[in-house]
Structure formats: structure tokens, C-alpha cells
Design a protein around this ligand. Sequence first.
Ligand code: AMP
Length: 285
Amino acid sequence: MQIVRTRDELRDVLNGARAGGRRVAFVPTMGYLHEGHLRLVDRARQLGDIVVLSIFVNPLQFGPSEDLASYPRDFDRDARLAHARGVDFLFAPAVEEMYPNGRPLVTVTAPTLSDRLCGKYRPGHFEGVLTVVNKLFNIVRPDFAVFGRKDFQQVVLVRRMVEDLDMQVIIDALPTVREPDGLAMSSRNTYLSPDERQRALSIYRAITAGARVFRDGETSAAAILDAVRAVFAAEPDIVVQYIELVNPRTLDPVTTAGPEDVLAVAAFVGRTRLIDNMTLGDAGA
Ligand code: AMP
């Protein structure tokens, strides 16, 4: 595995590696790798001949009161894990390398879709995400890019960017990888105290409760959302930011639920903001 710090070097090495029509599969991350990230790497290895993993904590997608400074980082550990999992090129640029002009003047926005769900509470977040993903795609020029459905709204927006801007990349999205008890793996789980870690499980319990009600025949969104809220009602130390049942393409709230619709939650456990979601038809996934 080769560690690459600059855009020019990455373009150079990839131009060589691409010779003979070899295809590039790309996994963008913010590092502090866990099994969820590494499954994306496994998938990238299936899809492409060359696997590029990026680690970049993108300042553009953090709000002023968010956790940019404290976001967990452990480059040496990440590099070991990436190497062991078969990454060919680990791209880990500095902030000044990605944003030599400071805050970019030209950005990618997706009004309406990016104002929903998390976007409502994290203004500018998805503009930051789409802009950095676009830049990374331009640098890596991947044939495939692999994302996790854990960040459901992100996948919807990236797919839409690729469609609307005619980008030549195939997007793949993988199911959420969970801890054995159901908690969605997240780099931010490291912020949780042992007590908070236990409480955090309510998020998974809540969305599975909603999905179960649907599986048992209930299609009223109000009734499904009530089942989700009931789980949180028993856990007063969790502050729910939103609970929504939405159409997976438009992100519009639905009133009558179908198997494709997605139950999405954001909640604070102590000071840690966690998100999770479940497609109703995948109850238990
Ligand atoms: P992050 O480093 O949190 O920005 O995540 C990088 C990529 O890994 C994104 O596509 C995420 O959706 C994906 N990812 C993060 N956590 C998980 C998980 N538990 N299961 C599957 N994919 C994940």
C-alpha cells in the first residue's frame, strides 16, 4: 500500500496504475476506521482492480459549533487496517492541500434535498460533503465509489449529484454495519462513556420497533413513528433531534408507509450526536 499526500502525486500514480484498462474503486472516509469502513473496502476490491481509500476530515462539512477539532484521528492505526484489508493507495491530504485557496468559491449545492433531515440541523453540511466528494472524484477519477447507507441522506445526495452533473462514476451503497448488539458503527461512538454506550442502543431499538410495527401490517406513518417515539420516551437522557419516515428518493415525509421508505433518526446521547436509519422492508437489517 502506498500512502499519498498530494493531489499531483495521486494523479500520477493512478495514471500509471490505470494502464491496461485497470479500473479504480474509491472509498472516501474521514478516517478512524472501523469495520463499517472496511466492508466498503472489501466491496471496492470486488468492484475494481485498484482500491483507493481517502482519509480527510473535511472542515467544510463541519458547522462552527461542531466537533471538527475533536474528531477522532489515528492515522497509523488507520494505515495498518487499510493495508491489511488490501487498499492499494491511501490518500491522506492536508487541509491546505485540498483547499489551497481557503474556502472554495465554487461549491456544489442541492437545495431542498440538503435542507431535509440532518441538513435542517446542520446548515452547510451537505454543501461541504458534496463539494469535497466532487473534488475527490475529480482527483481520483474513480470508476466506482462505495458509500455506506448509514449516512443515508449523503448517499441520496451523492447519487443525485452524479446524475445531475453527468459524472462518470458508478455509486455503490452498502448496508449499515452494526455492533453485535445493534448499535451502528461510527467513528463518533468513541466519544461515548460506557453508560452512554448502553443508552445509545435505544436508537437501534427505536428504529427496529418502528420497522417491526410495519412488518406486522401497519402502514400509517403516524403509528410507526409513535412506536419509535415510545422507545425514546423510556430513555429521557437521549435528546432526539428528529425522527422521520421518508421517501428514499425525494426525502419527503410519507403518510402511508411502503417497504422502500426509510425511518431515519438523529439523537444526542450526552454531547454525542448519532444518526441511524432503516429501510422498513429490511426490518432487522
Ligand atoms: P465517515 O468516515 O464517517 O465519513 O464514513 C465514510 C464512509 O463510511 C461513508 O460512506 C459512510 O456511510 C460509511 N460508513 C460509516 N459507518 C458505517 C457503518 N456502520 N456501516 C457502513 N458504512 C459506514
